[in-house]
Ligand binder design. Structure first.
Ligand SMILES: C[S@@+](CC[C@H](N)C(=O)[O-])C[C@H]1O[C@@H](n2cnc3c(N)ncnc32)[C@H](O)[C@@H]1O
Length: 234
């Protein structure tokens, strides 16, 4: 594995880590916890409803989208991730979240999990979410906040912890300005509410001891580290 020799946020890291996507105790463990947390904010599908999963990676939303009854399209730049996602029932679309190759208003639900902090222009991604959603459609995002405590906990600390992000996967310079995101949502016709998230500490200990498969994410008042955005297109 050469991830640590690549620059921070280099997309080639996901190719090196491709075998980790579905490892419940691997480098992407926390993404499984976040996928379950997202699903709790998505309503069951009407017949034929479409969920567009921006930056789907290895398709960790797949079991949740299937259980809720959605057709699940995943968009990502990474071919290896898309191949893994396809193996889990996701319809893969290769493309950038900054210019998604799907038509306006196609989606009943748009999910953009842990990608806003990986791009140069998070507001452009939010604009794509708004463009893809039908009026009344559901938006679920989660990301890392551009704060001193966020950078310290998610880079300096979390990269050294089991269940934390693989070392070098984040560039703290890209973490998300929450006020800017909320202002953009308003302009884009999205009602968006931000909520802080943290892993359940009790679950994390049990998971570490091999007594739990996953860890529940808990809502917290502070959005200064990991936060989710729950929204609706007006
Ligand atoms: C931290 S992973 C999150 C994956 C998935 N959303 C999840 O939560 O399991 C970030 C993903 O963003 C993708 N990505 C980064 N920049 C992208 C871009 N501009 N367009 C599409 N995908 C991108 C990477 O390939 C990777 O799969």
């Amino acid at each position: 594995m050469r991830s640590t020799t690549l620059p921070r946020n280099d997309p080639a890291q996901y190719d090196d880590l491709a075998d980790q996507w579905w490892e419940a105790s691997g480098g992407f463990a926390a993404l499984h916890w976040l996928a379950a947390s997202r699903a709790a904010h998505i309503p069951p599908a009407a017949p034929g409803a479409l969920l567009v999963d921006l930056a789907c990676g290895g398709g960790l939303m797949a079991p949740h989208a299937a259980r809720l009854g959605y057709r699940h399209v995943g968009v990502d730049l990474g071919e290896t991730g898309l191949r893994v996602a396809r193996g889990h029932g996701v319809v893969p679309v290769r493309g950038s979240v900054l210019a998604v190759p799907l038509v306006d208003g196609c989606a009943d639900v748009v999910v953009a999990g842990e990608v806003l902090e990986h791009v140069e222009d998070d507001v452009a991604v939010l604009a794509e979410c708004a463009r893809l959603l039908k009026p009344g459609g559901t938006l679920v995002v989660d990301a890392l906040a551009d704060t001193r405590i966020g950078r310290f906990l998610m880079v300096t600390v979390a990269e050294r912890l089991p269940g934390g992000p693989p070392p070098g996967i984040h560039d703290p310079a890209l973490f998300v300005d929450r006020a800017r995101l909320l202002a953009a949502a308003e302009r884009l016709g999205l009602d968006l509410r931000l909520v802080g998230l943290r892993p359940s500490l009790r679950d994390a200990v049990a998971w570490r001891l091999g007594r739990r498969a996953g860890v529940r994410m808990k809502p917290v008042r502070s959005t200064a580290v990991v936060f989710a955005g729950y929204g609706r297109k007006r």
